[in-house]
Design a binder for this molecule. Structure first.
Ligand code: ZN
Length: 172
């Protein structure tokens, strides 16, 4: 009778331990360094070796930015975090081992209006590129090359223009 009981307990605890990994974390606004409330966290199990993944789980952070997802099986997961007014953040592969809790502090960025012109030096005013130079931030090293660059000083935010049109004196 005693042996039976011990085996039963091991068996039960084995089930509980072997299948639980958890994801626990907080969502932060990268600019304000404040929590982002009610972000959506979606975790997708990755298919591997011919086996399909079991699917996905979604949860929402609370009003202080905290979230937790339990009862995850061992394996590789991708994580996508979305919140209204922020760029989505993706973690392509995070590996969960059994009986572990992974802590995640995710910082979300507010989209920058200059991002879509980052690789396109076409001036929005004159629609030409021939008087457009890259904007340089920070202290220049050595001589200033003001023909080919626009030096904008050290004041940077998380959303700054990338190009300067000398014809229109426009930053974009
Ligand atoms: Zn222009």
């Amino acid at each position: 009778m005693k042996i039976f009981t011990t085996i039963l307990i091991l068996f039960v605890s084995n089930i509980i331990v072997a299948q639980t990994a958890s994801l626990f974390g907080k969502i932060i606004d990268s600019r304000k360094a404040e929590p982002v409330p009610f972000a959506a966290i979606t975790i997708n199990h990755q298919a591997q070796k011919g086996l399909s993944g079991w699917g996905s789980k979604t949860t929402n952070a609370d009003d202080k930015g905290w979230f937790r997802i339990d009862s995850l099986k061992e394996g590789d997961y991708s994580i996508i975090i979305t919140a209204v007014g922020y760029l989505a953040k993706t973690y392509p592969v995070i590996t969960f081992k059994k009986d572990t809790v992974i802590l995640l502090e995710a910082d979300l960025y507010v989209p920058c209006k200059y991002d879509d012109k980052k690789n396109d030096p076409t001036c929005p005013k004159c629609h030409k590129k021939n008087k457009v130079v890259p904007i340089v931030y920070g202290l220049p090293v050595g001589e200033l090359d003001e023909d080919n660059y626009y030096y904008a000083g050290c004041e940077i935010s998380l959303c700054d223009p990338n190009w300067y049109c000398k014809r229109d004196k426009t930053k974009f």
